[in-house]
Each structure stands twice: as structure tokens, then as C-alpha cells.
Design a protein around this ligand. Structure first.
Ligand SMILES: [Zn+2]
Length: 161
């Protein structure tokens, strides 16, 4: 994977709809890709980025809501609590924002960039972003949370799903 190939894929690109494969063994290449993804996230003023968004069919995400960078491999939600609804945007869905109902608190199990198990307890905005990025790994996008009637109003913007 070449640095110059890393660019943000937008809605309509089939890679965004693919369910990613879990990483069996974490290598230096995964670590390198996580760094490149973080760099691209910061350059794009994003607060999270999942591997499918840069065309990689791999279970990896990066998240930074301004309180530190998380680089997670095979992230999985093991506990959910409460409810919240935050207006969300997505680098892969330019110009679209959707209020998504999600859990207010989540516990995420994952591997870090060196392959060590980590547990992240997230709440509020961080919990929201974790759930959003993990959705990407399952091929799910914020537009999937839009009710049918509203989809009709959004019309053209999301026609190419
Ligand atoms: Zn997104």
C-alpha cells in the first residue's frame, strides 16, 4: 500500500459497504497504515476514520475527539448503556448530517497497534464516534439511519447508495 493511494472514499464506493475481515496477526504494516489513517483524519479535520473509508477491507479504526488518539484493531462493542442522539457527519458522506440514536456509553474491546488487547470505556461523544466507526467496519453508514420519508427529501444526495 502506497501513501498516495490513501484517499477518502465517498458514498457510492462499494468498499464502504463491505464487511471487513478481522486482523489475524498484527504486523508492522498494520501499524504503518494506522499512522497514515491518523494523518489523513487530522488533515481532513475528522474525529474518526475507519479502514474502509480509505479503501482497506481491514478491521481498523482511528479516533480522536480532541482527547487523545485511539488506534484500534478488531474493535468490538462488548457493552452498551443508555441512549443519546447526536447529529453526525461523515467524511465519506459529504454534505450529509444525520441525527443517529446510539448508546450513551460503550465498552470497546480491541487490539492496539502492537497487537496488545485493550479495553476502552467511552461515553457521550467518544461513545458516539466509536459506534460510528465500528459501523463502518460492518459496511454501515449514517444514511442507513435516515427514515424512509426523510430519504425522499434528501433525494439526490443519497440516490447512489
Ligand atoms: Zn463515517
Amino acid at each position: 500500500m502506497n501513501e498516495t493511494e490513501l484517499k477518502i472514499r465517498t458514498i457510492g464506493d462499494p468498499v464502504l459497504r463491505k464487511k471487513t475481515k478481522p486482523v489475524k496477526q498484527v504486523t508492522a504494516e498494520h501499524k504503518r497504515m494506522l499512522s497514515l489513517m491518523s494523518r489523513l483524519m487530522y488533515e481532513s479535520s475528522g474525529i474518526g476514520l475507519a479502514a474502509p473509508q480509505v479503501g482497506l477491507d481491514i478491521s481498523m479504526i482511528v479516533v480522536d475527539i480532541g482527547k487523545g488518539l485511539y488506534k484500534l484493531i478488531n474493535p468490538r462493542i462488548v457493552k452498551k448503556e443508555g441512549r443519546q442522539a447526536i447529529e453526525e457527519g461523515c467524511l465519506s458522506c459529504p454534505g450529509i448530517s444525520v441525527k443517529v440514536k446510539r448508546a450513551k456509553k460503550v465498552t470497546v474491546q480491541a487490539l492496539d497497534e502492537d497487537g496488545r488487547p485493550v479495553v476502552v470505556d467511552a461515553e457521550n461523544m467518544l461513545a458516539c464516534v466509536m459506534q460510528h466507526e465500528i459501523d463502518h467496519l460492518l459496511g454501515k453508514l449514517i444514511v442507513d439511519y435516515v427514515p424512509m420519508w426523510k430519504k425522499a427529501l434528501l433525494g439526490k444526495k443519497i440516490k447512489n447508495l
